[in-house]
Design a protein around this ligand. Structure first.
Ligand SMILES: *[C@@H]1O[C@H](CO)[C@@H](O)[C@H](O)[C@H]1NC(C)=O
Ligand SMILES: *[C@@H]1O[C@H](CO)[C@@H](O)[C@H](O)[C@H]1NC(C)=O
Ligand SMILES: *[C@@H]1O[C@H](CO)[C@@H](O)[C@H](O)[C@H]1NC(C)=O
Length: 615
């Protein structure tokens, strides 16, 4: 029976059950993000990143991308040339990128209303639907959809897979992309293809014993628990929550539920995706244990495995808790890890809106992800790792990636896919509203406008952050609401807030909390002016207080060493660090008996830099 037919009967069945007990428990989420299109970036480094990624998204040839799907599902490649890198026809987990493209195109559409992005997404979904519909011909089970044969799933189940494939990792990406097209473009096709895949996952996994499942989960599976838990909420059918639970990896989750750090030696990005999933499993099931797992994992990663600039892992792995100085290497801070950790962070915050989550979010987005994209690349190409060795350099990839920047058609690394998403949703966490609709949260300092439809107000954020800590929020329209602004942990004690140039007496502006302006009747033209004093800070390695990075306010600094190689960590004279007059975020210092110039690490491109110093 074709996948579709199964699917339609499945839908009809769940609709009748809705009135009985089939409504998933949706656990309270105190803070909600705005629809993507309600927030627009204004001219800034963030907008430039978005623009470069959009250029690539509208350049890429969709038929070339479809080559592996079409040929695998016994359809004609329509004369398209295959692409290379991790999407070449013989790469084990080819077809892992398409979901990222679908997500990025749908975000592009949601934010800018760009028809080119919508057309591409809907075209790809339509072609994937044809692939899925041809499964009988290809010899696959109904609903299966990938660029590699279904026998790879037999092998991951029977533990004979030995070619480096991670089939469920790729399948999760496709499912997630389809969910985004369904959500953002209201596409029934995307929903049906996704539900067809979910039916197939249910069929494959439903016949395995718990022991077989747990063994299978030893192979990286992306966020299969995540997509299925999200599907339960999106389709209001908790059948999918039962399937999500089959991807609960006991070996990783059990110690974390007990607040034991078992992360040492694990492949970092494999786990980070599962932690996002546990938050959605919590929301779909109400089971506290899921939230504990994510919260504890977040705590361990951020406290014990994260470098000053917010990235984590070395050679894609977590090492001894706290050992940072021992792993200042070329292959630190895989981009995907931080992309996933930021998803974990924002979802944890939405459940518990305390400011420290966004202190971390800001640190990692500004100092890691923003600089992953090369600012001179018109197509927004990216680096896989962000090196932290003495005299490191961006664009130094792993050997199999050619040790370079991504390219249009010859790389397709995981980090390229996640960066397509990152740079099309840079606005998604700036503003939030409380569940009761009475509070507006401002979590990030980014030039942008928010159109808050429910209140009929527009908030415009003007700032040159992080060059300075001066932020103005201008209100257009009038409405009553509480305004909660994050006061970062790095801000000085003399942080201040003015409304229409007047001090506000009853509002506390303390670093590491929210400044809350309660119950004000905002009037058209009101301006909130926030001043966040910045100073030079030392960020010691967790394991060695004599190994430090420097930051000015939120911005991690790096010294420019041109093309020179460094044999070890340079010794810096802390007292010698002086700001360069009239140049924001620029400092001179004496290190290793020579004069060096430090500036924002996110802008350290095309030269060897140094981030950690001996003091
Ligand atoms: C595992 O699955 C593969 C692919 O279907 C098959 O070739 C192989 O014989 C199976 N091995 C075992 C031990 O069942
Ligand atoms: C930290 O890592 C380094 C480099 O791998 C290693 O030599 C050292 O023993 C580690 N230290 C601890 C305390 O684990
Ligand atoms: C929304 O605000 C605009 C002016 O900012 C005003 O003209 C309009 O009447 C308001 N709409 C509603 C529904 O209150």
């Amino acid at each position: 029976m074709p996948g579709h037919l199964l699917l339609r009967s499945g839908l009809a069945l769940s609709a009748t059950l809705l009135s009985l007990s089939n409504i998933p428990l949706v656990h309270a989420q105190p803070a909600q993000s705005f629809p993507l299109g309600d927030v627009q970036l204004l001219e800034s480094r963030w907008l430039d990143n978005q623009q470069r990624t959009l250029t690539y998204l509208k350049f890429v040839d969709v038929d070339r991308l479809l080559y592996t799907f079409r040929t695998n599902h016994a359809l004609d490649a329509q004369g398209a040339e295959p692409v290379g890198g991790w999407e070449s026809p013989d790469f084990p987990f080819r077809s892992h990128s398409h979901g990222h493209f679908l997500s990025a195109w749908s975000q592009c559409w949601a934010v800018t209303g760009d028809q080119g992005c919508q057309d591409r997404a809907l075209y790809m979904v339509g072609e994937l639907e044809k692939c899925q519909a041809n499964n009988a011909e290809a010899g696959f089970s109904p609903g299966y959809l990938a660029g590699f044969p279904e026998s790879e799933i037999d092998k991951v189940e029977n533990r004979t897979l030995n070619n480096g494939n991670v089939p469920y990792y790729a399948i999760h990406k496709t499912m997630n992309g389809l969910l985004d097209v369904w959500r953002h473009m209201d596409s029934d096709n995307a929903r049906d293809v996704l539900l067809g895949m979910a039916e197939w996952v249910d069929g494959r996994t439903g016949r395995l014993s718990e022991g077989q499942l747990q063994e299978m989960l030893g192979t990286e599976y992306g966020g299969m628990n995540d997509i299925l838990a999200q599907l339960a909420r999106e389709s209001k059918d908790d059948r999918w929550m039962a399937v999500a639970k089959r991807f609960d990896h006991a070996h990783v989750f059990d110690p974390l539920a007990q607040n034991v750090n078992n992360l040492q030696g694990l492949h970092a990005n494999t786990q980070a995706q599962k932690f996002i999933g546990t938050i959605h499993e919590y929301r779909a099931s109400g089971e506290q244990r899921y939230l504990d797992i994510a919260k504890n994992a977040y705590g361990f990663v951020v406290r014990d495995h994260t470098y000053a600039m917010g990235g984590n892992s070395q050679a894609e792995h977590w090492h001894e808790p706290g050992n940072i100085s021992g792993y200042l290497k070329k292959d630190t801070c895989e981009t995907c890890n931080t992309y996933n950790m930021l998803k974990v962070t924002r979802e944890l915050w939405a459940n518990e809106p305390v400011s420290h989550y966004f202190d971390f979010y800001e640190r990692a987005l500004l100092n890691h992800l923003l600089g992953v994209q090369h600012p001179k690349s018109e197509h927004g190409h990216i680096t896989y790792f962000t090196s932290l060795n003495p005299g490191g350099r961006r664009g130094v990839g792993p050997a199999w990636g050619g040790g370079t920047w991504s390219t249009d058609y010859e790389s397709f690394w995981c980090c390229q896919g996640t960066s397509l998403e990152t740079n099309t949703k840079l606005m998604d966490s700036i503003y939030w509203y409380s569940e009761d609709g009475n509070t507006l949260y401002v979590n990030l300092f980014t030039p942008s406008t928010l159109k808050w439809a429910d209140k009929n107000v527009t908030v415009t954020q003007k700032t040159d952050f992080p060059a300075s800590g001066n932020i103005a929020l201008e209100i257009a329209g009038s409405a009553q609401f509480d305004l909660s602004i994050r006061i970062p942990d790095w801000a000085g004690e003399d942080a201040s807030l003015l409304i229409n140039d007047e001090p506000v007496s009853d509002v506390s502006v303390a670093p590491g909390s929210y400044a809350v302006i309660q119950g004000r009747d905002w009037q058209d033209g009101d301006v909130v002016a926030l001043s966040l004093p910045m100073s030079l800070r030392q960020i010691p390695a967790q394991d060695d207080e004599n190994v430090v990075a420097f930051a000015y306010g939120p911005t991690v600094l790096a010294a420019n060493y041109g093309d020179r190689e460094l044999s070890g960590l340079p010794q810096i004279e802390v007292g010698s660090i002086e700001p360069v007059p009239n140049e924001p975020l620029a400092f001179t210092a004496t290190a290793g008996e020579e004069s060096v110039v430090l500036s924002a690490f996110y802008d350290a491109h095309d030269y060897n830099y140094n981030v950690y110093w001996r003091v």
